[in-house]
Design a protein around this ligand. Structure first.
Ligand code: ZN
Ligand code: ZN
Length: 562
């Protein structure tokens, strides 16, 4: 084939820019057309969260730079479900993509909230698609496939193109009794398999777990039993977005003669969204926490945010004793109807220790199996899905590297003809020909730092991290017109220790002398140059600090000329 004809041949490509090699910030692209004129659809636009390595940065999102250049060719952005790792970046990144949004009603409700917060509501076209609905975006014929997960209205996508059909599963599990919404549309999945699925792009979160994730109905039974036997006040922590779980907790509370009080902003936000699509209907009204405090302890149940130990969430404030209206103590109980998300072990342990210290009895899924189930498919469910869809190519996503590679091995075991686990930025040609990575495009992350989107590991963050570990020295150098020291060098330290043997004051005096010496040693011309003065002082003080503290603090030198 000549270069020219290969350039005009229509191709179907898959390009993850987030969510492949990580669990979080899902951002998937499908492209169709000749390489120099592809049309794109985006599936999901999510965030991930910062940790101890990103001090001050709580929200992280994919860098859309690559697709921003092709923004005119984006036909639509389809959101599979309303979890933050799938829709959290819409308010931030939509202005760079400017394509119409498509989502089912519950997701659309929460999207509108985000767009309102971002001041974009009037600018964005958001189309509500009914569950199981079908719509056309250029060469992409998109049909929603109802699935089950841990939030209302999770959708898989059947994406039909002239080059073949993709089943993009989204986040899913097979819950035979999900309590709210319908069960998974297994009939449609089978029919798709009969029709022929070129590639399945599939959730890998639980690929290391045998069996099945379990059902929300089972959790309801376990919660009914547990809550019925509790005395004192009861708090239940779970993800607000798991409306089936909220519904179970509310009904278990009612059965035990308790009224429910919602604690935490997202509990209010999600229950409003749930009610807007007809969920949580025949339950007693929630009691404001300002009133619930006057209820007898055994007649109240608090439904709280903060199961992951998030410091500002309701449960952390209760544990700290700083919540204005809710306090738990001796004889009360706290149920964690949630799992420990990897990375949150330490904050959760701290939270639980504080609660225990108040005399609160803790119930977690470790000691009470059954009070939580995962929303992602275990191996049994994955095997089932491969049997229904029978894809030609398995493309694992929604996982760290180890998850994706295990998923590849599992798909091979299940005799899926081709398997491929791209990394963020790998452009995979799915058709024509054997699937392969044909390009690598930039796929970085953006940090939301003090309300500003910055490149990952920007200078301010690097500085903050360095200062946190090493401390800061602030130096004031005052020079006269000839570049001579007009006063002694002033020095202040932040986060640097001293002891009786070598008090901090003394160390700073010594450092000031070193700095003065460094300035004096500069040539007359260099002393007229502020940056040369700053560099000399910085070099000298870092070296001296290494000797004193075995670390190199941030040195900030202010040069003044009089
Ligand atoms: Zn997800
Ligand atoms: Zn999800």
């Amino acid at each position: 084939m000549s270069a020219m004809s290969s350039n005009t041949e229509n191709e179907l490509v898959f390009l993850p820019l987030g969510g492949s090699n990580e669990i979080g910030m899902n951002f998937n692209l499908y492209g169709y057309g000749p390489p120099d004129d592809r049309k794109w659809i985006v599936v999901d636009l999510g965030v991930t969260f910062g940790d101890v390595t990103t001090p001050g940065v709580e929200v992280i999102m994919p860098d859309p730079a690559f697709i921003e250049e092709h923004a005119r060719d984006i036909l639509g952005i389809v959101l599979t479900h309303a979890h933050e790792d799938h829709i959290g970046a819409v308010g931030w990144l939509w202005p760079r993509l400017k394509a119409p949004l498509y989502a089912t009603p519950f997701t659309a409700f929460l999207l509108r909230e985000k767009l309102r917060d971002a001041g974009l509501l009037d600018e964005v076209s958001l189309t509500e698609v009914p569950l199981g609905g079908r719509f056309q975006l250029g060469p992409f014929d998109i049909e929603l496939v109802t699935i089950t997960h841990s939030i209302p209205e999770p959708n898989g996508l059947a994406i039909r193109t002239p080059a073949g059909t993709i089943l993009h599963t989204g986040d899913w599990k097979i819950d035979p009794d999900p309590l709210i919404g319908g069960p998974a549309d297994i009939e449609k999945l089978r029919r798709l398999g009969d029709e022929g699925v070129l590639a399945m792009v599939c959730d890998s979160t639980n690929v290391f777990v045998d069996g099945e994730a379990g059902s929300e109905a089972g959790v309801r039974d376990a919660l009914f039993e547990l809550i019925a036997g509790l005395k004192g006040k009861v708090a239940v922590a779970c993800f607000a977005s798991n409306v089936a779980r909220l519904d179970s907790v509310v009904r278990a509370a009612e059965a035990a003669g308790r009224r429910v009080s919602l604690v935490g902003r997202s509990m209010h936000r999600i229950t409003a969204a749930a009610k807007s699509v007809g969920l949580l209907q025949d339950v007693q009204p929630f009691v404001p926490d300002t009133e619930a405090r006057h209820f007898p302890p055994d007649q109240v149940l608090y439904l709280c945010t903060g199961s992951q130990g998030e410091p500002r969430a309701a449960l952390s404030r209760i544990a700290d004793g700083t919540h204005p209206h809710v306090n738990l103590g001796e004889g009360d109980a706290c149920i964690f109807s949630s799992r420990v998300i990897p990375g949150n072990e330490i904050p959760i342990r701290n939270l639980q220790n504080k609660l225990a210290d108040r005399g609160v009895r803790l119930y977690t899924d470790r000691d009470h199996p059954g009070i939580h189930v995962s929303g992602h498919p275990c191996r049994g469910e994955l095997a089932q899905m491969y049997q229904w869809a029978r894809p030609g190519i398995a493309v694992p996503t929604h996982g760290e590297r180890r998850h994706l590679l295990e998923h590849v091995a599992f798909a091979r075991e299940l005799q899926v003809p081709e398997q491929l686990a791209p990394r963020n930025g790998d452009m995979v040609r799915l058709a024509p020909g054997r699937p392969q990575v044909i390009d690598e495009v930039p796929a970085g992350r953006l940090f939301l730092d003090g309300g500003v989107l910055t490149p990952e590991n920007s200078e301010p963050l690097r500085e903050r991290r360095h200062a946190a570990h090493n401390g800061v020295l602030m130096v004031s150098v005052v020079l006269d017109r000839k570049g001579r020291l007009a006063t002694d060098v002033g020095l202040r330290a932040i986060g640097l220790p001293g002891d009786e043997e070598y008090p901090l004051e003394e160390a700073l005096d010594d450092l000031a002398e070193d700095a003065e010496e460094a300035v004096r040693k500069l040539g007359a011309e260099e002393r007229q140059d502020d940056s040369a003065v700053r560099a000399a002082v910085g070099r000298t003080l870092k070296k001296a600090s290494q000797r004193i503290w075995e670390r190199r603090p941030v040195v900030e030198t202010l040069v003044t000329r009089v």
